[in-house]
Write a protein that binds this ligand. Structure first.
Ligand SMILES: [Zn+2]
Length: 404
């Protein structure tokens, strides 16, 4: 395809093998050459200039694009609907796509995989996700839907295809693992199960790994950048793209810059995901910077007790993870908030002691950490594989009048 993936993968390896200073010099050199525009429409020609640039909002990116600033005609285009539902256009030229795939190949090799090997993809519905664009370039892929009345056959077909790795949202991998566990079937374990990092709990991950007899690696990415972080075999989510710089920016999510991008200027782009970075000693993969906390879309970060009282939605994940560790079972879940102090709980399958038991457990748990007894209503309808439920376990659905 002429995308020179291995050339770029070798560049990725070389950049990560360099001392930080040398790598920064390389990035400075690229910036002097590419001269992307920042949100103030100024040319960014050094890392210093980059870090003093204002943040670029999704809206500003759209305006920048519509005015044709900082952009050459892209060969590959795709639209992404952000959290606001307003589409952004991402354009990539051949070398940019090659770089992204090079980064992906670099990550895959950490697990003894290569780009282009057999991928079994679990997807809720066709085209309903990020990254469907990559599929045109990685052809060795089969999509499976191990849900519904035909789930066992679908799973048997998946295993029969002998994938090198599985790829999908945590909720679907979980469904698949639960089906596989009930089947008496011999299979060659995949080399790795890759899942999106936003929605998986440690207990779920351990379960998926056990049933598929394979390591589970979390991938954190965005439509605009593809893979940003990838989990090493020791469980750290390392930043893996040497051209993509990630900064914390407090409550408004993180700022992401791609210094290699020429078809579009992405300088301190507000991604909207709330993450925390930490320096690790681990040199197995990518950067020493690892994502220590990932709380997904910042809009879904807090649960509100009242106008002025809130707590981290992460507590729901902690509660359910504890419940699952204690009861030895695993299921998917989503919590919705429509009113102050009130939550609706859905699970992908009924807990053994029933969903009311889980609700009571969460209420007790939250009472311990937040000091308030909240109201949790179990939703008896099962979660259908909705795209909204895949990005995380907490959906903040109240009217946004709680800003002040
Ligand atoms: Zn590591």
């Amino acid at each position: 395809m002429g995308l020179r993936v291995s050339k770029y993968r070798k560049e990725v390896e070389a950049l990560w093998a360099m001392p930080e200073n040398d790598r920064n010099n390389e990035l400075d050199r690229l910036l002097r050459k590419n001269r992307p525009l920042n949100a103030a429409a100024e040319e960014v020609t050094s890392l210093e200039k980059l870090f003093s640039s204002p943040p670029l909002s999704k809206r500003a990116l759209r305006e920048q694009d519509s005015q044709g600033r900082g952009k050459k005609a892209g060969r590959f285009g795709r639209h992404t609907a952000g959290t606001t539902g307003e589409p952004n256009h991402v354009s990539l030229c051949r070398s940019e796509l090659g770089r992204m795939l090079g980064v992906r190949d670099y990550c895959f090799r950490h697990y003894g995989l290569k780009l282009g090997q057999r991928e079994a993809r679990l997807w809720g519905r066709p085209e309903a996700g990020m990254k469907s664009w990559v599929k045109n370039f990685i052809l060795n892929r089969h999509v499976f839907h191990p849900v519904g009345p035909d789930a066992n056959n679908e799973m048997a077909g998946l295993l029969d295809w002998k994938p090198d790795y599985l790829y999908g949202y945590a909720s679907l991998l979980l469904d698949a693992a639960q089906i596989l566990e009930t089947m008496d079937i011999e299979f060659v374990p995949p080399k790795c199960v890759i899942c999106t990092a936003e929605s998986i709990l440690p207990a779920q991950k351990a379960y998926i790994a056990r049933v598929f007899k394979a390591p589970v690696a979390e991938e954190y990415g965005a439509t605009e950048f593809d893979v940003i972080a990838f989990e090493c075999t020791e469980g750290h989510r390392h930043l893996v793209n040497p051209w993509v710089l990630v900064e914390n920016s407090g409550d408004n999510g993180c700022l992401v810059t791609d210094v290699s991008r020429t078809s579009q200027s992405l300088v301190r782009y507000e991604l909207g995901d709330s993450i925390e970075l930490e320096l690790s000693e681990c040199i197995r993969l990518g950067a020493p910077e690892v994502i220590s906390h990932l709380e997904g879309r910042s809009i879904n970060r807090f649960a509100y007790l009242s106008r002025n009282e809130k707590f981290h939605a992460l507590e729901f994940a902690r509660a359910v993870d504890r419940y699952q560790s204690q009861s030895g079972e695993v299921f998917g879940f989503t919590v919705h908030q429509y009113r102050y102090g009130c939550f609706v709980l859905e699970t992908s399958s009924d807990p053994k002691k029933g969903i009311q038991d889980l609700s009571d457990f969460i209420v007790e748990y939250l009472d311990g950490v937040v000091g308030v007894r909240v109201e949790i209503t179990p939703e008896n309808e099962k979660i259908v594989a909705e795209p909204t439920a895949k990005k995380g376990y907490f959906i903040q659905a109240m009217e946004p009048d709680h800003d002040g």
